[in-house]
Design a protein around this ligand. Structure first.
Ligand SMILES: Cc1cc2nc3c(=O)[nH]c(=O)nc-3n(C[C@H](O)[C@H](O)[C@H](O)COP(=O)(O)O)c2cc1C
Length: 261
């Protein structure tokens, strides 16, 4: 729950004005701890000019002072977005713990609907070979049914290619790590995944969303149990590692489809 240090509170009302649920109120010049629904979104902590509000349910040591303007210049952010590529060739180098930590931080701080904070980040690096074995085993077990389905037939085709030469791996691309972002609200997971992809790019890592692998894993209770997704949807799957390719220029795009009224 929210705590207000009444000795610090100046009754400015910023927390009340920023509160989504109207749970926090200023009465007699002081903020009262919220009554009713509170999302624990932390806006009252963030907006208080004197640091009078805290939420002991969280680690308050995490809270950092903000700068006076955006932390990244727009052109630099756009440059990162334009220069990031979906990586389909990786080196064997594993991803260091510190870089993984920053990926998880990027996911953790991404917005979620109703401040749900329900995303689960499953990073498979140590047991990557076992994941691959299980996934290909699953494809093989489904082959008779999937042969009949035009969309799913792709998986059988991938399997055959992989069996001929295990460097021809459409699902894993020999990436040293695979990230699954899971949530009961797939958009929350998608947003977190995108921030994580940008954080990967900012650290010189390469990432590739893999829609095929995501669909495969999401369709298998056994794989989901092995990963530990619980009842969450596997909304995004991302191959991760160091790129074994250098891009010399950005890739072209169609014009943006925009309606401005
Ligand atoms: C949801 C999603 C799923 C994707 N799935 C795959 C995939 O299974 N295999 C693959 O090689 N690329 C996949 N991609 C990458 C796209 O093909 C890629 O974005 C596109 O080729 C443009 O390249 P760029 O990301 O380098 O700009 C996926 C991208 C998204 C957003």
């Amino acid at each position: 729950m929210i705590q207000v240090d009444q000795t610090l509170c100046i009754g400015c009302g910023q927390c009340q004005a920023d509160c989504f649920s109207g749970a926090i109120q200023v009465r007699e010049g002081k903020v009262q701890p919220p009554e009713g629904d509170c999302l624990l979104c932390g806006h009252c902590v963030a907006v208080c000019p004197v640091g009078a509000v805290s939420i002991p349910d969280y680690d308050m040591a995490d809270v950092e002072p903000c700068g006076t303007g955006p932390a990244v210049e727009p052109e630099k952010l756009l440059r990162l977005i334009k220069e990031r590529r979906s990586i389909r060739r990786f080196t064997e180098q594993k991803i260091e713990k510190e870089k993984l930590r920053l990926l998880f931080e990027a996911g953790r701080y991404t917005t979620t609907a109703k401040n749900n904070q329900d995303c689960l980040f499953i990073l498979v690096q140590e047991e990557r070979a076992e994941l691959e074995r299980r996934v290909w085993g699953y494809v093989e077990s489904m082959e008779p049914e999937w042969r009949e389905d035009p969309l799913l037939r792709n998986f059988v085709y991938f399997l055959r290619r992989y069996q001929r030469d295990n460097r021809e791996d459409t699902l894993f691309r020999n990436a040293p790590a695979v990230l699954f972002v899971c949530s009961k609200r797939p958009l929350d997971a998608g947003l977190a995944a995108q921030d994580m992809e940008l954080m990967a790019a900012a650290q010189g890592l390469g990432a590739q969303y893999n829609g095929y692998l995501q669909r495969l894993v999401e369709s298998s209770r056994e794989l989901k149990d092995w990963l530990g997704t619980g009842d969450r949807t596997v909304a995004a799957c991302m191959l991760l590692g160091y790129p074994a390719v250098r891009y010399w220029r950005t890739a072209p795009r169609k014009s943006a489809q925009v309606i401005e009224k």
